[in-house]
Design a protein. Structure first.
Ligand code: ATP
Ligand code: MG
Length: 260
């Protein structure tokens, strides 16, 4: 069984893309077959893993596949990275939300596209910074949510809105969408009072329910991104790999439970 995980938070710049790449890298490092999906029309993940050419390539792309999943096979669109496979975004996807809003089952296109992918142990989907129809597609296709958030007061409202959206989808589609972890991302020490307060709030609010992992701000993480890889691809030592490997281990436990 493939475990699918949507990396989402509609707030911009909170570390979604960085977390998606590095969680995929950690899972691959632990020996899993991983597909990384870039559902953000801005395509930062696609660039970040070295597929800028695919982002601006001629059709067909993920755009066409989401418009007409029945007539596109995933393996025509997937590209191979040294750590994992990638389903890249394309610049055409800027028109996608508008087209899907007026389409039948417009929120279930990614579900259809990812229906029969049993070659992967994990699919990790990087979402755009909005609670629009693309994020709905990711939530419904994955039904597992990994939430990156910064240790800032503004995260409280962001998470409240995200959970309301999840509740609405669960009701409308009679499904269950499960949170699988919270990544407090880009944490910069020494902590100020706001950060300390937020770390406590995350712990009080989610600590009993889901794993909370802290990833500190590190130049090595940015360097890996600029080199088109996760932190796990090359030998450069970074003290934050442990946190991501821990999260990967939590996701393995989740997979065992789901498959049991
Ligand atoms: N742990 C970290 N250490 C250093 N820099 C980081 C870390 N996490 C994120 N960043 C940086 O913060 C910025 C925002 O991160 P990222 O692009 O992953 O966020 P995002 O939520 O995907 O943004 P968007 O909402 O635009 O999609 C990037 O410049 C990224 O390199
Ligand atoms: Mg992003």
């Amino acid at each position: 069984m493939t475990t699918k995980i949507a990396v989402t938070n509609q707030k911009g710049g909170v570390g979604k893309t960085t977390v998606a790449i590095n969680v995929a890298g950690a899972l691959a490092d632990r020996g899993h077959e991983v597909l990384l999906v870039d559902l953000d029309p801005q395509g930062y993940l696609t660039s970040g893993v070295g597929f800028d050419d695919t982002y601006t390539a001629e059709p067909p792309s993920l755009y066409d596949a989401l418009l007409d999943p029945a007539n596109h096979a995933l393996n025509e669109l997937v590209v191979h990275h040294e750590e994992f496979d990638v389903l890249p975004a394309n610049i055409d996807m800027f028109n996608l939300e508008q087209e899907l809003v007026s389409s039948m089952r417009g929120r279930e296109r990614l579900s259809m596209l990812l229906e029969d992918i049993d070659v992967y142990d994990y699919v990790v989907v990087d979402c755009p910074p909005s609670l629009g129809i693309l994020t709905d597609n990711a939530l419904l296709a994955c039904r597992h949510v990994l939430i990156p958030a910064e240790a800032e007061d503004t995260s409280i409202r962001a998470l409240d809105l995200l959970f309301k959206q999840i509740d609405t989808l669960e009701e409308n589609y009679e499904t269950r969408i499960q949170e699988v972890g919270l990544v407090v991302s880009n944490v910069d020490y020494p902590l100020d009072n706001e950060q300390k307060g937020m770390l406590e709030w995350f712990e009080d609010t989610f600590g009993e329910r889901i794993p909370i992992v802290e990833v500190r701000s590190r130049a090595a993480i940015k360097r890996a991104f600029n080199n088109g890889v996760s932190m796990f691809a090359h030998a450069e030592d970074c003290d934050q790999t442990g946190a991501l490997l821990e999260l990967a281990a939590d996701l393995e436990q989740l997979q065992e439970k789901t498959n049991a």
